[in-house]
Design a protein around this ligand. Structure first.
Ligand code: SF4
Ligand code: SF4
Length: 351
């Protein structure tokens, strides 16, 4: 069913956040005080801190639900041990989420619901009212290549810039309640056209593209014969893990226990992990099943575009470009993927 549409003015958008902040914490993109010009999802202290036209954030909004490092529970070393869950039950608003990041949250919903299902993620997701907003790409964005340009999945309200403010699409009662706190207008044909033109301009301005769709990339990876490409990429890669830790669709984590000095109590922590780090595949007996850097680089592409594509029916890449922006070695995911597409197609032609 088509969502209800209303127009809200630019000031009205800030008023809406102001109203929400009277009742709930609001997490939204704001300029970093320590790095002017860069943005991050942070709890707003005042509605004016919200930056509606930001390009990207260094870390994706998944951190609002799953922090880079967090305590799951406390325990005692008694027999039997006493466990106490550490969980946040506060509702909040997550505002200013771009379509690619809505797709990232949706990807994690799917991944964490696979048996054995992760219990904390859906509980934390249920605490948030999510307000999406449309964006314009920079040179790293390629959402039109992976089908996430128009994602509205999982949002309660979605905003697109139009001439007289924002066209708001209402998807849930929670979104309706937020919008009902401010003055809105019925959209005119001109408002609807403005929003369509925004989406057209967004696709036209996208300069980065994958040269094949996710289904073909999966087939090409499966066909193999790309060892030289993994080797070349690995020769440049520092195994720093920044590509994974900035990715909205990566969901691996590590867990460890920390004891107090008495060894009578402790906490269990979980921390975002990266398959590009040497220790990721280190197991008992100091055996490492991806000891070589090229094995880890190969794994990254296979995981994103083949294994999870086959298992869950979607590429685990939303086209946000964060991994390429963050890469300390300037390894660009689009360039490497297009190189593998070109090579694999050539090899297939000569077979
Ligand atoms: S792989 Fe890179 S471009 Fe794709 S979703 Fe992750 S960070 Fe974004
Ligand atoms: S961010 Fe770049 S250098 Fe670091 S592990 Fe990823 S590909 Fe390698």
């Amino acid at each position: 069913m088509a969502p209800l549409k209303q127009v809200v003015s630019s000031e009205g958008l800030f008023d809406m956040l102001r109203e929400a902040m009277k009742e709930l914490p609001v997490i939204a993109p704001a300029e970093r005080k320590d790095q002017p010009g860069f943005h991050h999802f942070a709890r707003l202290q005042q509605a004016e801190d919200f930056v509606p036209d930001y390009v990207t954030t260094t870390l994706p909004p998944k951190k609002a639900f799953f922090q880079p490092s967090e305590t799951l529970f406390t325990f005692t070393t008694d027999q039997p041990p006493a466990l106490e869950l550490v969980s946040d039950t506060e509702h909040f608003v997550l505002a200013g989420v771009h379509p690619c990041d809505l797709a990232g949250l949706d990807a994690l919903d799917l991944a964490y619901s696979q048996p054995p299902a992760e219990v904390r993620w859906p509980a934390d997701r249920g605490l948030a009212t999510v307000v999406g907003i449309d964006c314009m790409p920079d040179d790293y964005c390629f959402c039109s290549s992976v089908g996430t340009c128009l994602t509205r999945q999982g949002c309660d309200l979605f905003l697109t810039k139009v001439d007289r403010g924002y066209l708001a699409e209402v998807y849930t009662p929670a979104g309706d309640t937020m919008l009902a706190k401010v003055r809105t207008w019925e959209p005119t044909e001109a408002d609807i056209r403005d929003a369509e033109q925004w989406r057209e301009r967004k696709v036209e301005r996208m300069t980065a593209h994958l040269e094949a769709d996710p289904a073909e990339i999966a087939d090409l990876l499966e066909a193999g014969g790309l060892a030289h490409l993994w080797k070349e990429t690995a020769e440049r890669c520092y195994s720093c893990g920044s590509c994974n830790t900035t990715c909205p669709a990566c969901f691996c984590f590590d867990m460890h226990d920390e004891f107090d000095l008495s060894l009578k109590t402790g906490i269990r922590r979980r921390t975002w992990d990266s398959c590009q780090l040497l220790e990721f595949a280190l197991v008992a007996g100091r055996h490492n099943f991806r000891q070589e850097r090229e094995q880890r680089v190969r794994h990254r592409w296979h995981r994103k575009f083949l294994y999870l594509y086959r298992r869950l029916g979607r590429a685990y890449c939303t086209g946000c470009g964060r991994c390429s922006r963050a890469c300390t070695a300037d390894i660009n995911l689009v360039d490497v993927t297009n190189a593998l597409i070109a090579h694999a197609r050539k090899a297939a032609d000569h077979a």
